[in-house]
Design a protein around this ligand. Structure first.
Ligand code: UDX
Length: 436
């Protein structure tokens, strides 16, 4: 089966490479000539473990190719995926659908065979109806169906998530759509991955509801962490204690500096807008968004406290370890590190930082932060060392070396990757999240 993937960003490229690996014939399309040129040279536009090898082997086998021409790329494709960005629209937080709509129009104008058009981009409820209308309006003579198939992959684990999904959700309104999607995912059906066929609008909402629920879980445990600090309890054990209840589940209960990334912040906002438009306010999500936003700066203040309070901190030096919103990615979007660095520099603290993959994208977002070539360079003469992102490389720092390199043995661990007793035994003043 031939599949066209319109948009070769994070979701498009990972999905395209995985579909090719399943044995489909895949063309990834992108308007950005330099991105396509680089892909032809085997250079990935994003950092994702295992992606370069997967792309290379499937290009070699002839199942995966790249082009800037949508008309060429979709020729003969039975399934045409739309995987372009849906950023938050400036000013109102609505998902910006201009890229999705533009692709729908171009697909309709260039359709040269019957095909199923699949929205993989995260799109608000009703977008499938609009895509269908736009394609019909082009007057195409070919049979087409518009299907919703949201993606649940996590950055850093995207290939595994794609190949071993918890579930596949497909919102189709016709037999034609269902039949083609069956064929697209046949290798995964054989794997017995659970699949949910539902209506298109339901499928669109499932994606937002899933992300909003996970964001709520994280925000809930973060507030419990604050309470733990006040009442002298341990949030790690609270997580374990409630997570062992199968009705609650152990995942996404890790307290930290607040969620960031390309999905949760944007999707929770977009869901709020949809709820507002339909006069059905989602007050829980409203609270989650507010609490998470204020948490990021609160983490900066936590670091200031470790430096002796806002007044005492002026002129001191902080070392930030980890800048990306989570490990194993170079993605800086809505990373808590941005707010932490801002709070510190606003208070007159000198900030040095190191991240294994994120520094190139981080530098323009935090121009007053000195980027260093490794963790120990950042720590040199620091009054406080802060673990912002839990990269594996920071899990086993040589504490004796940290102590010898820094000005003061003060560690703020915003991801709870160290055991308080161990760090204190090594002579550190240690603070973490939700552990009194
Ligand atoms: C998320 C969803 O998990 C995925 O299904 C969806 O398709 C896209 O959005 P991603 O943004 O890649 O994936 O990262 P994820 O691992 O979900 O983490 C999101 C944020 O939550 C990160 O900032 C992470 O540090 C934070 N987080 C996650 C916590 O603070 N605690 C947790 O227990 C889990």
């Amino acid at each position: 089966m031939k599949i066209a993937m319109v948009g070769s960003g994070y979701v498009g490229l990972v999905s395209g490479a995985c579909f090719a690996d399943f044995g489909h014939d895949v063309v990834c399309i992108d308007k950005d000539q330099s991105k396509i040129d680089r892909l032809h040279d085997g250079i990935m536009p994003i950092y994702e473990p295992g992606l370069d090898a997967l792309v290379e082997s499937n290009v070699k086998s002839g199942r995966l190719s790249f082009t800037t021409s949508l008309a060429e790329g979709i020729k003969g494709a039975s399934a045409i995926f739309i995987a372009v960005g849906t950023p938050s629209r400036r000013g109102d937080g609505h998902a910006d659908l201009s890229f999705v709509h533009a692709v729908a129009k171009e697909v309709g104008e260039n359709l040269s065979n019957d095909a199923v058009i699949v929205t993989k981009s995260t799109v608000p409820v009703g977008t499938g109806d609009e895509v269908e209308r736009i394609i019909a309006e082009t007057g195409t003579s070919h049979q087409f169906a518009v299907v919703s198939n949201p993606e649940f992959l996590r950055e850093g684990a995207a290939i595994d998530d794609f190949k071993h999904p918890d579930r596949i959700v497909i919102g189709a309104e016709s037999e034609f759509g269902e039949t083609v999607m069956h064929e697209v995912y046949r290798p995964l059906f054989l794997n017995e991955s659970p699949i949910l066929f539902t209506s298109r609008r339901t499928s669109e909402l499932i994606k937002y509801a899933a992300n909003a629920f996970l964001a709520t879980k994280i925000t809930f445990i973060n507030e419990m962490a604050d309470l733990c600090e006040k009442v002298g309890a341990d949030v790690q054990d609270v997580s374990r204690g409630i997570g062992m209840d199968g009705r609650i589940g152990a995942k996404f209960l890790h307290a930290g500096p607040g969620y960031g990334g390309s999905c949760f912040p944007k999707d929770t906002l977009a869901l709020l807008k949809t709820a507002e438009d339909y006069d059905s306010p989602t007050r829980i999500i409203e609270a989650v968004v507010k609490v998470n936003e204020s948490r990021k700066r609160a983490m900066g203040r936590k670091v200031l406290d470790a430096l002796g309070g806002a007044e005492g901190a002026r002129g001191k030096k902080a070392a930030l370890l980890g800048l990306t919103f989570k490990p194993n990615t170079d993605d800086m979007r809505d990373s808590p590190a941005i707010a932490v660095a801002q709070t510190l520099t606003d208070a007159g603290v000198e900030v040095a930082a190191y991240d294994p993959e994120g520094m190139e994208l981080a530098q323009p977002l935090m121009p007053n932060v000195k980027m260093c070539s490794d963790a120990y360079e950042a720590i040199t003469d620091a009054d406080v060392t802060v673990i912002v992102t839990e990269w594996d490389a920071f899990r086993a720092l040589d504490l004796a070396k940290v102590k010898a390199t820094a000005k003061a043995p003060v560690l703020v661990d915003l991801r709870n990757i160290y055991t308080p007793d161990d760090v204190r035994a090594a002579g550190f003043e240690y603070s973490s999240v939700g552990r009194a």
